[in-house]
Design a protein around this ligand. Structure first.
Ligand code: UD1
Ligand code: CA
Length: 463
């Protein structure tokens, strides 16, 4: 960690080219908002109180997204350009001395290694500022770095205002800079609004520093992908793909088998243990952790859930905010809405829906069942078609099922209701009252057989 380094992240813009009601830096790539990626890189370099995020558009939401990280915020009330954005954090930027790195909130692929290279390059060059640049085949949209023979930057010219000759320059400004903080603050106010766009371009600082007799160094970075700034949803999709490819590769290197990895979507916050196997078209999202030797069936989507070792998820299963203990088997075509705890070696089969339900160890709900707001003990068999009636139209109620209960098929459990342990529920029962332990509950119309009735009816119809 550097102790004379501050980082400012510019994240106040709306991002007009996104054509969105949502601020650009709140759009997600790899399961995190763009600004979170950038803040994560900054926090690898310096302490949170030395990181300032400039917010403006949807400032509250951006601050909310970053809450708990301990970074500072500065408010840019009107978006008058990147030069203006930096100037509003003058009071918040903790250091007048030392170094100040400026990052743009729309550049999420930037690695900590590259930032460390920037720092050491800057310290060695003795320049007033260092700009990370790269060569692009298609530089349109980016500011062009006008570099002299010695490799120093004379100016950065924005695409919008560049001449045809300048537009032919392929070396672009990445928008990642390291400044001598004292010199930056001394000269920043000299930036004037651009005559064409009326915006204060931070990039004008390069010419200003040159005029004052200082040098601006260029760090030419080979991996231009990493410096990609997101302006449109097309770039968002490209960055999302790159982040997820990296993630999937890392999981494979860590011992997870991923079949057809190009079809699998994994958020950056996901962890998976050795020898787990992920089938095609799976999505592992949010803060999901998967134990060792699990199998995640094709087309399943798992969000914010914890799976123990040896869990088998059959294809096309949806799981959200749930805990699944070791050896449980779930699916195909099961749906776990938030708040479930499926204990060890329990089984949930096809077309079973769970919500806020604990299913005890070794218990089974194999087919066509809804279990909501229920606590189910160990070794319970829930027959096909069983429904907990947890909602009376106004309130939700709890169903409690003791250990070793056998619930016959198509039982209707009208909550609040309790089935004592070891009890047996006859198929097709509507259960509205407590069932005592070890007893049989039959709650259905008794069957009546009428001898010869069907035959007589047929004969009548033939006449
Ligand atoms: C900017 C650079 C350009 C560079 C490119 C790299 C300038 C003038 N241009 O252009 O040289 O090649 O990035 O990706 O800096 N922002 C604010 N307040 C504002 C305006 C912008 O906070 O008033 C923030 C935005 O939220 C964004 C970042 O600054 O995160 C960059 O702004 P953007 O409009 O995307 O700049 P570019 O046109 O891409
Ligand atoms: Ca940009």
């Amino acid at each position: 960690m550097e102790n004379d380094l501050s980082v400012v992240i510019l994240a106040a813009g709306l991002g007009t080219r996104m054509k969105s009601r949502k601020a650009k830096v709140l759009h997600h790539a790899g399961g995190l908002s763009l600004v979170e990626h950038v803040v994560n890189s900054a926090l690898a370099l310096t302490s949170p109180d030395r990181v300032v995020v400039v917010v403006g558009h949807q400032a509250e939401q951006v601050q909310e997204t970053l809450s708990g990280r301990g970074v500072r915020f500065a408010l840019q009330t009107e978006q008058k350009g990147t030069g203006d954005a930096l100037s509003v954090c003058r009071a918040e930027a903790p250091e007048r001395e030392g170094l100040l790195i400026v990052l743009y909130g729309d550049c999420p692929l930037l690695s900590v290694d590259t930032l460390n290279t920037l720092l050491s390059h800057h310290r060695n060059s003795g320049a007033a500022a260092t700009v990370i640049t790269t060569l692009l085949d298609d530089p349109s949209g980016y500011g062009r770095a006008i570099v002299d023979d010695a490799g120093y930057v004379e100016a950065i010219v924005e695409h919008k205002v560049a001449t045809t000759e300048q537009r032919a320059v392929r070396q672009i400004n990445s928008g990642i800079y390291c400044f001598d903080a004292a010199l930056l603050w001394k000269h920043l106010a000299e930036i004037e609004p651009n005559p064409v766009s009326k915006e204060y371009y931070l990039t004008d600082i390069v010419e200003i520093l040159n005029r004052a007799g200082h040098k601006v160094s260029a760090l030419l970075h080979a991996n231009s992908n990493e410096l990609m700034g997101i302006n449109t949803r097309i770039e968002l999709a490209i960055v999302d793909r790159i982040l997820r490819e990296r993630k999937v590769r890392q999981l494979m290197l860590d011992g997870v088998t991923i079949e057809k990895p190009e079809t699998v979507i994994v958020d950056l916050g996901v962890e998976a243990g050795m020898d787990s196997l992920v089938e095609p078209f799976v999505q592992l999202l949010g803060n999901t952790t998967i134990g060792e030797s699990c199998r995640i069936g094709a087309g399943s989507i798992i969000r914010d859930s914890q799976l123990g070792d040896g869990v088998e998820i059959a294809p096309y299963t949806l799981i959200q905010s749930s805990t699944i203990d070791a050896g449980a088997t779930i699916g195909p075509f099961a749906r776990l809405r938030p708040g479930n705890h499926v204990k060890a070696a329990a089984h949930i089969g096809n077309f079973v829906e769970l919500k806020k339900t604990t299913l005890g160890a070794g218990s089974k709900a194999g087919h066509l069942t809804y279990l909501g707001d229920s606590v189910i003990g160990a070794g319970v068999n829930v027959g096909a078609g069983t429904i907990t009636c947890n909602y009376d139209g106004i309130h939700k109620h709890q169903t409690t099922i003791g250990d070793g209960v056998f619930v016959g098929s198509n039982a209707t459990l009208v909550a609040p209701v309790e089935l004592g342990s070891g009890s047996y529920i006859a198929a097709g029962s509507v259960v509205t009252e407590t069932v005592p332990e070890d007893s049989l509950a039959v709650g259905r119309g008794r069957q009546v057989n009428k001898d010869g009735w069907a035959k007589r009816r047929r004969e009548q119809q033939q006449r």
